[in-house]
Design a binder for this molecule. Structure first.
Ligand code: 0O2
Length: 251
């Protein structure tokens, strides 16, 4: 967190957590606004749901120790990038890339790193799009740049990750080989499902567009027909008036 020096001890920890919690609120609001705008423009909501969480002190300490650092507040700020986490669950894979671009383009967001586990899935079969971003939190002493991990994935990817997490938790991280293989196979099925659903969505969107185009053309043809009939009617009336006038003259 650039912009402020956090002391060790409960006060420093609480101040850091205040920034992380505020950063979660900021990012959530940004995502909510993007979602509302998307619904307004495209009449479609790409976001199924959003979850936020602050990593537990226990998980932070374990991660720091795993990375070879002392579990201190300063080390957490420096080396633990996912203390504040936002998970955005989208309908389709294409929404993930669209949304990540919309987030990354925002002026007050700095994208620190991106891990595309959709194009390059993890050994476990895990698929998700991860962004570590930095966002300024305005405290009375000035802005504090705070890191947030944004995970963007489809419902199918989220379903797999949640169950895989539970299964691995049961085996305390070392599941038998055949279970790991089955999980990787399930991850392939998830990708096929995502691809099929996207294809269906594209087909349906194209069909709806075609239907709307046909209706629009029919309406335009009806209007053109009415205008044509009206102009014939007008010219007949004109002719009738001219005939009546010339008959009157002759008489
Ligand atoms: P939790 O419970 O979400 O806090 P880095 O952040 O770069 O220093 P890290 O944390 O290994 O290194 O980054 P990575 O690989 O991008 O993973 C971060 C998070 O992605 C994990 O956080 C999980 O939430 C999720 N994740 C990564 N790999 C897997 C996987 O194989 N299965 C599942 N279900 N989730 C995964 P934490 O800290 O592990 O857990």
């Amino acid at each position: 967190m650039a912009g402020i020096e956090f002391r060790e001890g409960s006060d420093g920890w609480a101040s850091a957590m205040l920034c992380y919690n505020s950063a979660l609120k900021e990012v959530s609001t940004k995502v909510e606004i993007l979602s509302e705008e998307f619904k307004h423009i495209h009449k479609y909501n790409p976001i199924e749901y959003v979850k936020t969480r602050i990593k537990s002190a226990d998980s932070i300490n374990k991660k720091l120790i795993r990375y070879g650092y002392e579990p201190t507040t300063q080390n957490m700020i420096m080396y633990c990038n996912d203390v504040a986490g936002v998970r955005i669950v989208c309908s389709f894979t294409s929404d993930i890339y669209r949304l990540s671009q919309m987030i990354g383009k925002q002026d007050d967001i700095t994208v620190i790193s991106v891990k595309d586990y959709i194009k390059n899935p993890k050994e476990s079969g895990y698929k998700s799009y991860h962004m570590i971003v930095e966002i300024p939190i305005y405290l009375s002493s000035g802005p504090v740049k705070t890191k947030v991990e944004i995970q963007i994935r489809t419902i199918a990817m989220d379903f797999w990750a949640s169950l895989e997490h539970k299964i691995f938790y049961k085996f305390e991280g070392s599941a038998p080989t055949h279970i790991s293989e089955d999980l990787r196979e399930c991850s392939e099925i998830v990708s096929m499902l995502d691809a099929k659903m996207l294809e269906l969505n594209d087909t349906i969107s194209a069909a709806v567009e075609e239907q709307e185009r046909a209706k629009r053309e029919e309406r335009e043809a009806q209007i053109a027909e009415k205008l044509h009939l009206a102009s014939i009617e007008k010219s007949n009336q004109k002719k009738a008036m001219e005939n009546a006038a010339s008959n009157k003259k002759r008489a």
